[in-house]
Design a protein around this ligand. Sequence first.
Ligand code: SF4
Length: 276
Amino acid sequence: MSSGEGLSLPPKRKAVRWLNPAGGYLEGYTHTLNPYTGCSFGCSYCYVRRMPVGLFRSEPWGSWVDVKPLDSAAFRKEWARESDKGLLSLFFGSATDPYQPAEAEHETTRRLLELMLERPPAFLLLQTRSALILRDTELLRAFGGKVRASITLETDDEAMRRHFTPSAPPLAARWRALRELREAGIPVQAAVSPLLPHTPGFAAKLASEAPRIVVDDFHRGDGSGGRRTAQLGIREEYRALDMEADYAPAAADRFYEQLRSYSGTNVHFSRSGFLP
Ligand code: SF4
């Protein structure tokens, strides 16, 4: 989808609340922040499809994006109010990708980062699978050690990427984002989340290119013990590919152990790897 298709502005009268209390899988953060509602990457396994925002909309998930109107003064007020309660730690992009195509035009993520820098949070995790994050390298650098860019790399097999996430960015762009952010001194991790079928060399490539890695799967990482993923028919997808064994939790466990076998690899499993 191009950045212009399927975009709509929510009704003007509705006041936007940017900072939502974090809980559940993201307990450990004070807030989540989602610059857009909806996500044009439309990944087949996206657990947001099974959440109210994905369920109670007539158009299919991935075909629409709501651009939230950003009022800088109102955001500053909300940010100051929450900051006054204590140090903020944010998971940026829990139900959308902050660097999806709409961001190239609307720059909501960029403007939010600029506003946050006026009074930086204790910690900010930015979750994305888009190399558009490189546009904001200088801004991210200004956060110092308070930011972590988390780049989704669920596989190194482009055919699998296309099968499960046909509208998401190609893997080569994500490897490039990981490398260039690291070279720019930005704390960065590869989020193998969820692990998809991959080539035998994936673990070694990750170990050599990512300073920090988190592995997750459909069973531990969808916020419902795998129920939402089951409802999306992902097991059947694996069966159709004759890869059902790769769907089992043991596949991610083995991959995690394989990564740990590389000396000096900073590797984490599931929720703990996403925490501040
Ligand atoms: S990029 Fe993330 S939020 Fe967007 S569809 Fe894919 S999994 Fe869902």
